[in-house]
Design a binder for this molecule. Structure first.
Ligand SMILES: C[S@@+](CC[C@H](N)C(=O)[O-])C[C@H]1O[C@@H](n2cnc3c(N)ncnc32)[C@H](O)[C@@H]1O
Length: 288
């Protein structure tokens, strides 16, 4: 899959001379209209990616399979997606591993869902909750277009603020406006040692989430970070940062589910003595 000759149903990118990108899904018998020229998909199916293809108008496009990041940026959106820079960070910060059972909410446009499905692999499972039916439908289309049907995905029309009906979860990833309302449910649904991650765009939301996790007594190692990715322009003598970048998206908070702290007891949180990465960095800097 995703190698060898192109197959019916695969998403490909067509890139013109000015680096404009057009996403199409190959369908036998279909003809795409590209900038006034026709491009029959039957001429592309069964051939190799990474080569120029021409329309009936004589324009040439570079044809490559769309990577997940490229597909996510080009796919139709209902809800705002998590950008690739944050999707990749979430995978390691929340330690998503092959075979993991992961819950995410809300499904939105399905960008995180696809990323999780690929990371957990055929032995894993992804539960995805969403309250809006229209978003669920669009996400299902996006996921189907990129990954095809997936036995690993379980979608639920469910309000995660109300409850988490699934249990024994290894990881929980929250992209909802008020993730602190989920902390109480996560205490029972997430296995001990499991990782919870939340994704919120504003500082007050991040602060409230961190405080809720600490107050729950069932989470430790609470850490918050953001990712800044600055592309560079490297062309001849023009070697400089790009004029534009995605400056702000959201704050990612991660925490580990630990044995519930008894009243007055202490857990291994940063506030209880274990130092977070910022402390470590300072310590390293101070060392001779
Ligand atoms: C920003 S979008 C998620 C985008 C998604 N992570 C992606 O990468 O495409 C937030 C979604 O959460 C859903 N939502 C909001 N509150 C919810 C709740 N209490 N339970 C489940 N879904 C919720 C919204 O309808 C919306 O689709």
């Amino acid at each position: 899959m995703r190698s060898g000759s192109l197959k019916d149903g695969e998403p490909v990118l067509l890139i013109d001379r000015k680096d404009r990108r057009y996403l199409i899904v190959l369908r036998a018998g279909t003809v795409s209209d590209l900038r006034g020229g026709k491009l029959p998909h039957d001429d592309l199916i069964g051939t190799l990616e990474g080569r120029p293809v021409g329309t009936t108008r004589g324009e040439t496009f570079l044809m490559v399979r769309a990577t997940l990041a490229e597909f996510v940026l080009a796919m139709p959106r209902g809800a705002q997606i998590i950008y690739p820079k944050d999707l990749s960070a979430i995978l390691l910060a929340a330690d998503i591993y092959p075979g993991a059972t992961v819950l995410e909410a809300g499904t939105g446009s399905g960008a995180l869902t696809m990323t999780l499905l690929r990371a957990v692999g055929p032995e894993g499972r992804v539960f995805s909750y969403e309250v809006r039916e229209d978003f669920s439908r669009l996400a299902a289309q996006n996921i189907g277009r990129y990954l095809g049907s997936s036995d690993q995905l379980v979608t639920r029309a469910h309000d995660i603020y109300e409850s988490i009906p699934d249990g024994g979860l290894d990881r929980i990833i929250l992209d909802v406006p008020e993730p602190w309302r989920v902390v109480h449910h996560a205490v029972t649904a997430l296995r001990q040692g499991g990782v919870l991650a939340s994704y919120v765009p504003t500082v007050p939301q991040a602060v409230r989430m961190v405080e809720s996790l600490r107050q729950s007594g069932a989470f430790a190692m609470v850490e918050t970070f953001e990712t800044l990715v600055r592309p560079w322009n490297i062309e001849g003598a023009s070697v400089r940062p790009a004029h534009r970048m995605v400056a702000h998206t959201a704050f990612i908070t991660t925490a580990r589910r630990v044995e519930q702290r008894t009243a007055g007891g202490e857990q291994g949180t940063a506030s209880a003595g274990l130092k977070g990465p910022d402390h470590r960095d300072q310590q390293d800097a101070d060392e001779p």
